[in-house]
Design a protein around this ligand. Structure first.
Ligand code: DC
Length: 222
């Protein structure tokens, strides 16, 4: 079974999905992290003057979820921290707008979730990647709130970054992610919208967990 949460950058999808996964003891997949790993490959390919896509196809991208943390690996090396750098954030929308990169990452995700119950977060999971997902959520929050959340998340590892820079980065990404021609950020018609601007984190987690629990019990009673 697959549950998806889509929404713009900083809307709280990842942290909520992670907490829900830990709560319900299901698996978690952070699709944005996989696009960020692809972006690391892109940045490396620029350094060594190689074709990006060739290098991507030769790369081994894997992940695991342990102790409420999503770990991303590139060729066996843990790149969980590296993929949160501003350099990656500044380039990821561009990389993720390439249909070849999307097809590659989508395939990786569809294979990965086949054998377990997953909650996955992203931009186009409910519309393009898993259109038949059993449950779909679409999370939104105003720009100010989203920038503050992202700032608090990364300020310890990146002391140079300012709130204003993050706000600009998120606004630019919203624009690129929503207006790209290949699988843009969009609410699926059958997704449940959750506006988290005035919700506490605990409320978000409880609301989504309860909907999933109901669905899980419906599935087992079928
Ligand atoms: O969730 P995030 O901010 O870590 O995502 C990084 C980027 O990846 C985001 O700017 C858009 C892209 N992305 C995407 O295009 N499709 C997804 N399903 C998930 C992320």
């Amino acid at each position: 079974m697959i549950v998806v949460i889509d929404g713009p950058a900083g809307s709280g999808k990842s942290s909520t999905a992670k907490a829900v996964a830990a709560n319900l003891q299901i698996q978690f997949l952070d699709s944005g992290a996989l696009y960020r790993v692809a972006t690391l490959v892109y940045l490396n390919s620029r350094k060594n003057n190689r074709s990006f896509f060739e290098q991507l196809e030769e790369s081994e991208i894997s992940f695991y979820f342990k102790k409420e943390k999503f770990h991303a690996l590139l060729n066996g090396q843990d790149v969980t921290e590296d993929i949160r750098s501003m350099n990656v954030s500044d380039n990821v929308s561009e990389v993720a707008s390439d249909p070849k990169v999307r097809a590659y990452i989508n395939n990786l995700m569809r294979e990965a979730v086949k054998h377990d119950v997953y909650i996955a977060d992203g931009r186009d999971l409910g519309t393009a990647v898993f259109p038949n997902a059993e449950l779909k959520f679409y999370m939104v929050a105003d720009l100010e709130t989203r920038a503050e959340r992202r700032y608090n998340e990364i300020k310890e590892s990146d002391t140079e970054v300012t709130l204003e820079e993050i706000k600009q980065n998120i606004a630019q990404r919203d624009d690129k992610d929503s207006n790209r021609s290949s699988d843009p950020l969009k609410k699926a018609d059958d997704a449940i919208e959750v506006n988290t601007s005035d919700m506490t984190f605990e409320d978000q987690v409880a609301f989504i967990s309860n909907v999933i629990k109901d669905e899980l019990s419906k599935q087992t009673n079928k």
